[in-house]
Design a protein around this ligand. Structure first.
Ligand SMILES: Nc1ncnc2c1ncn2[C@@H]1O[C@H](COP(=O)(O)OP(=O)(O)OP(=O)(O)O)[C@@H](O)[C@H]1O
Length: 243
């Protein structure tokens, strides 16, 4: 299978602070990736670096065979990276439909298909961004990224602060994107079991370095390894995943 994305000995951070330290991993076409690790290890920084929002000190990022390390963020969107930021960043004074249309780019994804994926957005199409619940805002943030017609979706803690029933609905939608549409994603998640259930591959970071790389199903089954890598909180997480 062809390589889709690779970080090659990449060091990046903010100002003089190095957060990602010679990080290397790769992902093949169509594969989804869970990025796991305790608080503050650099998971969000990895996504921000992929989008071109941090300072790269050394190393290279390759996207579909081309180096993109020096590209501006908008050029990376054009190259097929779809960004769903942690803060969702829905435009509050635009309607749901306007939020979707304002970023639309030519390709297979359009309003009709986004509404088919999230029927609730169609029901709320005339509501303003600031009238939506947290779950609806997250659907809109994902829908908006889809309207840019990406080849890879970057999701930063998409389930944060959402009710379990909405978490399940979103997880189902994200899995369906991978399985039915062949649209891969990189998910940063606080709940490892949930993240592993939505992806094929997983990496675990510790202080900006890679401490584990493997397939998601294998890691999900290895409770002892999960404990060792991620520490406390796994039992809680199993409960979230089972809810
Ligand atoms: N804009 C910034 N400027 C300077 N330092 C930052 C900035 N954003 C994050 N950092 C630092 O980079 C390190 C990694 O943060 P990051 O948010 O990537 O971790 P994380 O694994 O996503 O954490 P969490 O799970 O808490 O969201 C932290 O030490 C953090 O303080």
């Amino acid at each position: 299978m062809a390589e889709m994305l690779a970080f090659d000995a990449l060091s990046a951070g903010y100002g003089n602070a190095v957060v990602l330290d010679r990080l290397s991993f790769s992902l093949n076409e169509g594969q989804s990736l869970a990025v796991l690790g305790r608080n503050g290890v650099g998971k969000t920084t990895l996504l921000e670096t992929l989008m071109g929002h941090t300072r790269v000190m050394s190393g290279e990022i390759r996207w579909r065979g081309q180096p993109i390390t020096r590209l501006a963020p908008h050029q990376r969107v054009r190259a097929g990276l779809g960004w769903v930021p942690q803060e969702r960043e829905v435009f509050p004074s635009l309607t749901v439909e306007e939020n979707l249309l304002v970023v639309a780019r030519r390709g297979p994804w359009n309003l009709r298909r986004v509404y088919a994926l999230f029927p609730r957005l169609q029901e709320r199409r005339g509501n303003y961004g600031n009238q939506l619940s947290g779950g609806e805002q997250q659907m809109l943030a994902i829908g908006r990224a889809l309207m840019t017609n990406p080849r890879l979706l970057l999701l930063d803690e998409p389930m944060e602060g959402l009710a379990p029933i909405i978490v399940e609905e979103l997880a189902r939608a994200i899995r369906a994107l991978g399985e039915r549409e062949g649209l891969a994603c990189i998910v940063v998640e606080q709940h490892p079991v949930l993240a592993l259930s939505m992806t094929n591959r997983a990496i675990v970071l510790e202080r900006g370095t890679l401490v584990h790389s493997g397939d998601s199903a294998g890691l999900a089954e290895d409770t002892a390894l999960l404990h060792r890598l991620l520490g406390v909180g796994i039992e809680e997480d199993l409960e979230v995943a089972a809810a």
